[in-house]
Design a protein around this ligand. Sequence first.
Ligand code: ZN
Length: 153
Amino acid sequence: MNLDRLKLLYKDIILEQANNPQNTGRIRNPTNETNVYNPSCGDKLHFTCTLDKNKKITAIAFEGEGCSISQASASMMTQVVKGKSTKQAIELSKIFSDMAMGKKHSQEDLEKLGDAQVLINIMQFPARIKCATLSWWALDRMLLGEKRDKKND
Ligand code: ZN
């Protein structure tokens, strides 16, 4: 695929996902949830998910406001990790953040990210990297737990 075509595809997928995001809303009685905020752009997202007894993500949803990239990224992230084990989801998050930082990954690893791999193009726009990584950061926080105050434990 040449670069122009990849850019076009990237724009199409971002717009399509941002205009028609999947897994929006809030899970009722979630086992895990988190809020994330990207002050440089104003993206604010709230994620909820349900883990079954085998730590598999059986349901995941997000709500909130933000730019097209943050909305598209959240939509793609939730689609990719739904049905995965917590361990697999954390692995995907690692691949995504490594990719966003410009580390090389095998094609096989990238393909695991599904549509989210088009966000690799975001590296051309450093100001928007946080918009793309916000939802993956939220995933880590939601699954691994936020560092809480002792009193909340
Ligand atoms: Zn943004």
